[in-house]
Design a protein around this ligand. Structure first.
Ligand code: C2O
Length: 551
């Protein structure tokens, strides 16, 4: 195993897209940021130097961080932010994970431009569990604003209304030539006839689940969230923000140019969304117009058919096709049976509050979001992990509810007056090694929606999903305890539920949240506090000496 040493300088850069120049935060001036490539078993040591004007942290999305929670990154959860002028070195080892993960800023909306891929190749001396691909390409799907994304979220926080929707989607930071003034801003992915290409697709968009497809080519899905899956074929992928999918494609079509395209899967009803389409070009080498190849034919790329924006049946067919490749180690018995609602709310503003800037949402309300009616708020004086390890009182409480405060028809047409979330910094305490089941139940208080729920520090098995209200009597018969997929982000079906299981074998404080960033802004999050077990190997490591502290 090898230690890879990198330096990430957070700095402002000018990026021109859609004919307009924006000043955005970047890593090393790159948008998207650098791709890190390691092998399973390797160690990463990344020194982050903040030369920007905002507080920042970096999260290694999906890395299990066994006993190294101090390197996980969410601000005020596992560390205080790195202040302008400060630095912090994230050091951790990747064990037992192979495939595609990614890294991103975990402060405000900086991750809109501060993100990149983390590719984990097979452990030294081993191979893929499928024929070695001839080529590997990474496609980071993103979202672009004609604005500084930090200003976009600040404005939403000020008014209580929904933030502006994005102006473009991107593939590796490029909108593609269907957008105005973007002919040059199109990614070209090469392929040769007869070749197999491993595509690593990441949804790094801020707020939008996305469909992804390629004209005339089928995908063989082989992995997701850095776990291998039993291969299956499909012509369209759907990824919620945070999710990754590894697919094989074959160069089995006539040499030419084919569009790869991504656009919104929009499950929220009557909510405005960016309905544009981003493209890249899959180009057969013999058709490429490289210099010296004067006989090349630069034909217009063939456009694929994309599902309709609200095509939930296609999403369901895709998400229920995943099976783990290895025998799954899903706990058959559980010690903790939890039921968490995930959804939005609209908080009433006090009478005579209309002049307030914070109530410019629908009918003079402001948007909120919650799990079990608790709208998560971060501390500002200590990180939760520091408060836990040092026994600092008053930073959080350990009373996050195991079930919602009241039972009702979650996905029915119910009054939002039933559901006025209150803010809190509540953690749910887990004993080391406990076997945990969480039912994640979407609510329709404001609108039903497909929520990508991400758990830090863990992978979990998704043992079932369905629509409507979860019914413990009948739905438990649908559990797959044999070969359920192992993921770090579950796309909870719109107006439905998903059941996940994991063993609490990683001590620390671990955030669980919706990966639609606007929903975190509104509080759709909670955190688990996993206690140390017995002995050193069941305890979190001591904090690094350069761990940032709050001012
Ligand atoms: Cu990918 Cu808490 O995030």
């Amino acid at each position: 195993a090898v230690t890879h040493v990198h330096q990430f300088v957070i700095q402002e850069a000018s990026v021109k897209r859609l004919c307009k120049t924006q000043h955005v935060m970047t890593v090393n001036g790159m948008y998207p940021g650098p791709t890190l490539e390691i092998k399973n078993g390797d160690t990463l040591s990344v020194k982050v130097i903040n030369k920007g004007k905002y507080n920042v942290t970096i999260h290694w999305h999906g890395v299990r961080q066994m006993r190294t929670g101090w390197a996980d990154g969410p601000e005020f959860v596992t560390q205080c932010p790195i202040r302008p002028g400060g630095s912090y070195t994230y050091r951790f080892t990747v064990r037992g994970q192979e495939g595609t993960l990614w890294w991103h800023a975990h402060s405000s909306w900086l991750r809109a431009t501060v993100y990149g891929a983390l590719l984990i190749q097979p452990r030294e001396g081993t191979n893929f569990p499928f024929a070695k691909p001839d080529r590997q390409s990474t496609l980071l799907l993103g979202e672009w604003w004609n604005a500084n994304p930090v200003d976009v979220v600040r404005e939403a926080t000020r008014t209580g209304a929904a933030p502006n929707i994005s102006d473009a989607y991107t593939i590796n930071g490029q909108p593609g030539d269907l957008y105005n003034c973007s002919t040059q801003d199109t990614v070209v992915v090469p392929i040769s006839s007869g070749e197999t290409n491993l595509l690593r697709v990441v949804n790094s968009a801020m707020n939008q689940p996305l469909f992804f497809t390629i004209a005339n080519h089928k995908f063989t899905v082989v992995g997701a969230d850095a776990s291998y899956v039993k291969p299956f074929t499909t012509s369209v992928l759907m990824l919620g923000p945070g999710q990754t999918t590894d697919v094989l494609i074959s160069g089995d079509q006539p040499a030419g140019r084919y569009y790869m395209a991504a656009r919104a899967y929009q499950s929220a009803q009557n909510a405005p969304f960016d309905n544009t389409t981003t493209t890249a070009i899959l180009e057969y080498k013999s058709a490429a117009c490289s210099s010296g190849n004067s006989s090349c034919s630069l034909t217009n790329p063939i456009m694929p058919r994309l599902p309709a924006f609200n095509d939930t049946p296609t999403v369901t067919a895709f998400s229920t096709s995943f099976r783990s490749r290895e025998r799954a180690l899903v706990p058959a018995q559980i010690d903790e049976s939890l039921f968490f609602t995930v959804g939005l709310g609209l908080n009433n503003c006090p009478p005579n509050f209309n002049a307030s800037q914070q109530c410019q949402g629908p009918n003079g309300t402001r948007f909120t979001a919650s799990m079990n009616n608790v709208s998560f708020s971060l501390p500002s004086n200590f990180s939760l992990l520091q408060a836990h390890i040092q026994g600092i009182r008053g930073v959080f409480t350990s009373d996050f509810p195991a079930a919602p405060p009241r039972v009702f028809d979650y996905t029915g047409n119910v009054s939002r007056s039933l559901w006025q979330p209150a803010t809190g910094t509540k953690l749910y305490r887990l004993k080391y090694g406990s076997r945990v089941q969480v039912v994640l139940q979407d609510t329709s208080i404001v609108t039903p929606e497909n929520h990508p729920i991400h758990l830090h520090g863990y992978d979990f098995y998704i043992i079932a999903e369905g629509f409507g209200n979860y019914n413990p009597k009948t739905d438990s018969s649908k559990f797959n305890l044999v070969d359920p997929p192992l993921r770090n982000t579950a796309a909870v079906p719109v107006g439905g539920w998903a059941v996940i299981r994991f063993v609490a074998d990683n001590p620390g404080v671990w955030l669980m949240h919706c990966h639609l960033d606007v929903h975190i802004t509104w509080g759709l999050a909670m955190a688990f506090l996993v206690e140390d077990g017995v002995g050193k190997l069941e305890a979190i490591e001591p904090p690094p000496e350069d761990l940032p502290i709050c001012s």
